[in-house]
Design a protein around this ligand. Structure first.
Ligand code: SAH
Ligand code: SF4
Length: 338
């Protein structure tokens, strides 16, 4: 059986050719899959009954199962998906106040090798990469289940996208062409894999690059992220400046705020210094508790103070809205377990 989800138009045309149908039929199937959220071949009502019967003999819409679905009080939906080999990942749909925007937070790997101290995903270790079809299947599942069209995709679920770059780039291409999601509505978040950041600069990526910086100095960052020993902040800065120069794009700096660890006035000053010559916005993320460590979330007051200090340095600063904490769907809480 062929799986229709994830096929490009030219691949669908091969199927319609085999079944002696016109290429226009392939375009119809394509739109049913990516834009009109068909759950089954029978949903594709502008195809003739006879053609649907033939198609059903050789193809299915998807082979991915929703294992668990949880809905948060704030409307965030978290899915645990199961691929045919039994591996599972989580994917999250967020609706912000502006209801026109529906953001899917997708996973790029099962587990993650980077193992940051604050993150539930890293605690599982690395299991495997997802291929590009498995990545886009997450967005298709959301669209089929809700009947809504996803407008933005962020690679902020499980996994380090830049350690699975080929599949991530292919998925982004399909989000762009087949789902008709503009490049600027796609965001890739990374813990700072320098050679791959350089590669994205060469490719002149027009999507948003988000960097999980989380610390103002090498000493503090090492405590939080062991990747700092491999790719340190000094070299990272050179890569970011090169990226901005090549692409002309503004970077997003993600900064996790952990009480008494990296949320002090001194830290805000050092961070402003580090960022002063990088074209970026800053997104502050108050730490979301995960069971595995004893970090604490700072008070709203100290978050606001940190924000003000950074704003004084001339940066645009936002505080990430907390979504789905009640169902463990917030940043860093995805472990992929049922
Ligand atoms: N691996 C990539 C993308 C996935 S993580 C990366 O690390 O950038 C998405 C974001 O959630 C990252 O900025 C990550 O540092 C952050 N995060 C991880 N654990 C968190 C936690 N417990 N609370 C808040 N944010 C967390
Ligand atoms: Fe991996 Fe990102 Fe979690 Fe670090 S924060 S362990 S890079 S998923």
């Amino acid at each position: 059986m062929q799986v229709l989800s994830g096929l490009r138009l030219n691949e669908l045309e091969k199927i319609t050719d085999e079944l002696h149908q016109s290429k226009f039929r392939a375009r119809q199937i394509h739109n049913w899959i990516y834009l009109k959220s068909a759950k089954t071949i029978d949903d594709m009502t502008d195809l003739s009954k006879a053609f649907r019967e033939d198609l059903k003999k050789i193809a299915v819409v998807t082979d991915v199962k929703i294992k668990v679905k949880q809905t948060s009080a704030d409307g965030t939906i978290k899915y645990l998906l199961e691929y045919p080999d039994g591996e599972c990942v989580e994917t999250v749909l967020m609706r912000f106040d502006n209801r026109a925007n529906l953001t899917a937070c997708v996973s790029s790997q099962v587990g993650c090798a980077v193992n940051c101290s604050f993150c539930a995903t890293g605690k599982r270790g690395f299991i495997r990469n997802l291929n590009y079809k498995e990545i886009i299947e997450q967005v298709l599942t959301i669209q089929r289940d809700t009947g809504l069209k996803v407008t933005n995709v962020v690679f902020m679920g499980q996994g380090e996208p830049l350690l699975n770059l080929e599949n991530v780039l292919k998925a982004m291409e399909i989000f762009n062409d087949s789902f008709q999601i503009g490049q600027r509505r796609l965001t890739v978040s990374t813990s700072g894999i320098i050679p791959q950041i350089n590669k994205l600069a060469e490719l002149d990526m027009q999507s948003t690059l988000a960097i999980s910086l989380h610390a103002p100095t090498h000493e503090i960052r090492r405590k939080l992220m062991q990747i700092e020993d491999k790719y340190n902040m000094r070299d990272l800065k050179l890569a970011l400046k090169n990226y901005v120069e090549k692409t002309g794009r503004r970077i997003t700096i993600e900064y996790l705020l952990i009480k008494d660890l990296n949320d002090t006035t001194e830290c805000a000053k050092l961070l402003a210094e580090y960022l002063h010559d990088i074209k970026c916005n800053v997104n502050l993320i108050p730490y979301n508790p995960t069971a595995q460590n004893d970090y604490e979330r700072p008070s709203n007051n100290s978050v606001m103070k940190f924000k003000c200090l950074l704003e004084h340095s001339g940066k645009k600063v936002t505080v990430r809205l907390e979504r789905g904490t009640d169902i463990d769907a917030a940043c860093g809480q995805l472990s992929g377990k049922s």
